[in-house]
Write a protein that binds this ligand. Structure first.
Ligand SMILES: Cc1ncc(COP(=O)(O)O)c(C=O)c1O
Length: 422
């Protein structure tokens, strides 16, 4: 029995499925991790993997980048949390606003879940309306209003609509299909001004990356303006991932509110919500919308995030994205040589492969993919020394620590894993 198996036996007595977050669980047992550096992760049995899970997105510089470690160590000497504001928070807020001008004001919180929860509460508080719109298959964190046809672990483990969410809450969440602006217009037309906000992942990242069709996001912006509905761009994944200015810069969209997380914390917990000044001034103690958090804006996450953003400002995204393109092209070649129906989807340093012939436009398409075949491939990839998120419905991420040699190794590993898949 491997050490991971032994740990799993013990862990599942203590924690549901032996994990602290559901999408880390997989059969027959998760690999318990001992350490990670750069593009590599090592489990407790000494097996090394080239990692494309990258903690589900935050680690754009790879695991434990030396400059971030140095900054964090220095900060730790001074304190880990103060419960009072710091100058560094202002520096980070200014830095974020310089890349996301839509964030005229912002608040730092601890997770992406908190960021979207507060952004939605704020949208309701500001407009005095109840309903919100979300996209089918999008994931915005594990809070009640958003656990309706949600992606990520919720979809992987067949709970896109969670038990325990009151019908009275869920009934105010309207669903629309991604990449279908006509459906959005029709849905809003019927609501006669009762909708506070639409929240959207500009690139669906929690079902694998599903890209917006030409003009779709611009139409979403136009429709929400026409119908007087606030637009919340959830860039928890895409922020500082699709370039410094995220998807809003890439696609030229200005939202009313936006959320960030993951990369902004440089490997430590963080979330950000921000937007138009007049809306943000509704937040307590200026206004009547409450938000608070003991660890919000803590100096460890703030200093790690600042160092990470500064590093990406210096490095740029060109070689990260070139390697990502090379990897996707290599995977296309491998899959083309197999007899399997497939799609390789990706943008920037995000990618996923789907076993289906359907073109990936929305939830109905992604549901056609063969998840059993995906999990078969996933297990073989582990044997080959490649760790990807244990779900068809997640995105794989490259970091600046992934080398050309890693990419070559990975293409060969996929080739080995895909060979003989039934
Ligand atoms: C788009 C998006 N929003 C919100 C969240 C929730 O973030 P967190 O897991 O930090 O609570 C996630 C998490 O994956 C996400 O991908």
């Amino acid at each position: 029995m491997s050490k991971s198996e032994k740990l799993y036996e013990k862990a599942k007595e203590l924690m549901p499925a032996g994990v602290s977050s559901p999408v880390r669980a997989f059969e027959p047992y998760p690999r318990y991790i001992e350490s990670a550096k750069g593009s590599r992760m090592r489990d407790v049995d000494g097996k090394e993997y080239v990692d494309y899970c990258m903690a589900f997105g935050p680690l754009i510089l790879g695991h434990s980048p030396p400059n971030v470690v140095t900054v964090v160590k220095k900060m730790l000497e001074k304190g880990s949390v103060f419960g009072a504001p710091t100058e560094q928070e202002i520096v980070l807020a200014e830095k974020i606003r310089s890349h996301y001008p839509a964030a005229e004001m912002l608040r730092l919180v601890n997770t992406g879940t908190e960021a979207t929860m507060h952004a939605l509460r704020l949208a309701r508080g500001f407009t005095g309306r109840k309903k919100v719109v979300k996209v089918e298959g999008a994931y915005h964190g594990a809070h009640d209003a958003m656990l309706v046809k949600a992606g990520s672990g919720a979809l992987t483990h067949s709970a896109p609509n969670s038990l325990g969410v009151l019908e009275d809450v869920a009934k105010h969440t309207m669903l629309v299909p991604y990449n279908n602006s006509r459906a959005l217009r029709n849905a809003l037309k019927g609501e006669h001004g009762d909708v506070a906000a639409m929240i959207i992942e500009p690139v669906l990242g929690n079902v694998g990356p599903i890209l917006p069709e030409e003009g779709y996001l611009q139409e979403v912006r136009e429709i929400t303006l026409d119908e007087d509905v606030l637009l919340i761009l959830d860039e928890v994944i895409t922020g500082f991932r699709l370039g410094l200015g995220g998807a809003q810069e890439m696609f030229g969209i200005k939202p009313d509110l936006l959320t960030l997380g993951k990369i902004v914390g440089g490997g430590f917990p963080i979330g950000v919500f921000g937007g138009r000044r007049e809306i943000m001034e509704k937040i307590s103690p200026l206004g009547g919308v409450y938000q608070a958090g003991t660890f919000s804006g803590n100096p460890i996450s703030v200093s790690a995030g600042l160092e990470t953003i500064r590093t990406m400002e210096k490095k740029g995204y060109a070689s990260l994205e070139r390697r990502s393109r090379n990897l996707r092209e290599g995977l296309e070649d491998v899959l083309e040589r197999s007899s399997l129906g497939y799609q390789v989807s990706g943008i920037g340093s995000m990618f996923q492969i789907f076993f289906t012939n359907a073109k990936m436009r929305n939830w109905d398409d992604i549901r056609t993919s063969d998840t059993a075949r995906f999990m078969q491939m996933f297990r073989r990839l582990l044997d080959e020394g490649v760790y990807v998120p244990p779900s068809q419905f997640e995105t794989n991420f490259l970091s600046t620590a992934h080398s050309d040699a890693d990419v070559e190794f990975t293409i060969a590993a996929y080739e080995g894993a895909i060979r003989g898949l039934s």
